[in-house]
Design a protein around this ligand. Sequence first.
Ligand code: SAH
Ligand code: DHB
Ligand code: MG
Length: 227
Amino acid sequence: MSTDGTRWAEVDRLLETELLGDDPILEEALRASEAAGLPPISVSATQGRLLELVARIAGARRILEIGTLGGYSTIWLARALPVGGRLVTLELSERHAAVARSNLERAGFADVAEVRVGPALDALAGLLGEGAGPFDLVFVDADKGAYPEYFAASLRLSRPGTVIIADNVVRDGEVANATSTDANVKGVQQMLALAGRTAEVSATAIQTVGEKGYDGFAIALVTAAGL
Ligand code: SAH
Ligand code: DHB
Ligand code: MG
């Protein structure tokens, strides 16, 4: 069995070359994020394309993202939207949000994607309060300790058919460490338990390897109303 991270990255290069091709807009978004000192923790290109494809398959017209960073995943998701589609993305850091706004503008999504700055839990309460939603797809990717709350809020902003995707649910397999005291690990574990016991969703998670290491995505489909 290969557990060679170099090999995983080589395969990501091959997949990008064969399936994704050059992407100056996204490459510039990563360059600008790095130049601004943002951490290199956006989704990979192959993962970004997966987000775009799932959003297209779902026919998403309204997308919510929790955790913007420099807007890399935001651009992938925005590309899935039809004319008239909208995206709201939530980011704690004003500095990250400024980089994201600049990247989104360069990608042509300044009028499509709205970056809301502040703690995501406050922003989610605000969205609920103003009667926003339902969203067709939610991408959960901010602080992992609050994943259970983000999942619960996402459900309240959903309708039957909404897809909820959460990033970083495996983290080198730490998710299987039942005695972990890491708040991030516990947050992910609690979100998975919540998803599993919520009768109104059907959920799974898939382990992934690649240039971002060993991790995974959870995906949940809201199957019934009443949340
Ligand atoms: N989705 C991005 C990566 C997000 S990284 C991509 O793949 O391109 C996680 C982001 O969540 C960071 O920018 C961090 O500042 C933000 N974040 C952390 N805690 C937060 C909170 N409480 N509310 C909103 N955003 C938060
Ligand atoms: C990290 C990776 C992520 O994709 C993320 O959303 C947050 C943190 C990390 O590797 O630390
Ligand atoms: Mg992530």
